[in-house]
Design a protein. Structure first.
Length: 308
């Protein structure tokens, strides 16, 4: 604002009361007035020429308008023919594309079904291989566990036999001092030894019988499982053939495959639970037998102490 104010003051001092812009505007107005007067004189002279030229231009414009209308009608007709030809050609292309698209969809569906069959077959093969390897590993693990248990029992029996031998040696030394109690001690030891052998023989027989029954049950379960798997596989194959014939049964096949997987998982879990229960029962039987053995030993030990 201050710069504009001082610029106006400087212009008034330099150029006086009349500014260059005002003088320039006045000069332009005078030039326009002179040019307008000259143009008005020439316009009065050229008015007649303009009327004749306007008439010629109107006639020419009318002729051109008629020619343009005829040409536009011809162009519209040709354009209609071209549009019809383009529509027919596009319709033919669409029909061919629709046929090729339908065939391609059929081919894609066939390829998808093939890939699905291959994937399901591979999964089934992997699961069958895993089940066989799992059964072999479980059998070997059971054999190892049973061997370990037998080793433990053998060690216990050996320890008992060592104890028994030591007790016999002690008894021989003790018989030298007490000849009167020799018959009683021999009878007690003989009866104890006979009871121990009888209990051990009964327990080993029960254990062998239980192992045979367990092996038979495992074989029966494996045979039953294989038969069920074969039956399920045949059912799946029939269902797959029905799916190839009728596409609407695809969801049922997927549900059936999911049920089969759930059934197999449930069967594995059930077998595992049965094994756990049997192992718990064996442990309980072993504990009961050990308790009975301890009770017998305690009974005869009390008798021996009382006699001593």
């Amino acid at each position: 604002y201050l710069a504009r104010k001082f610029f106006c003051l400087w212009a008034k001092i330099t150029f006086g009361q009349v500014l260059p812009s005002k003088s320039r505007c006045l000069y332009d107005q005078k030039i326009l007035q002179k040019t307008f007067g000259e143009w008005k004189e020439q316009w009065a002279v050229c008015r007649d020429k303009k009327l004749s030229l306007r008439a010629d231009n109107h006639y020419r414009h009318l002729l051109l308008n008629l020619i343009f209308k005829a040409w536009r009608a011809y162009v519209c007709q040709q354009q209609g023919k071209k549009n019809k030809f383009y529509v027919a050609e596009s319709h033919a292309k669409r029909q061919t594309l629709l046929r090729t698209w339908q065939r391609w969809l059929v081919y894609v569906d066939v390829q998808r079904t093939k890939h699905g069959m291959q994937s399901v077959a591979l999964v089934f093969r992997k699961r069958s291989c895993l089940s066989i390897s799992w059964a072999v590993w479980r059998r070997q693990h059971y054999q190892k566990c049973s061997g370990h248990k037998m080793n433990i029992l053998a060690l216990q029996h050996w320890a008992q036999s060592l104890q028994f031998r030591a007790w016999l040696q002690w008894r021989e030394l003790y018989l030298h001092t007490q000849n009167e109690k020799q018959k009683d001690t021999r009878a007690v030891t003989h009866h104890q030894h006979w009871e121990l052998r009888r209990c051990m023989g009964a327990w080993l027989g029960y254990l062998n019988l239980h192992r045979v029954k367990k092996r038979q049950n495992e074989l029966a379960q494996e045979f039953h499982r294989s038969r069920r798997l074969q039956r399920c596989f045949s059912d799946w194959q029939l269902a797959w053939e029905c799916r190839r014939r009728m596409r609407a049964h695809g969801r049922d096949l997927e549900k059936q495959a999911a049920r089969i997987a759930l059934w197999r998982a449930f069967a594995h879990w059930k077998h595992y639970v049965v094994l756990c229960v049997e192992e718990a029962q064996q442990c309980e039987l072993a504990e009961k037998h050990y308790k009975c053995h301890l009770l017998v030993l305690q009974k005869y030990w009390n008798r021996w102490k009382s006699r001593l």
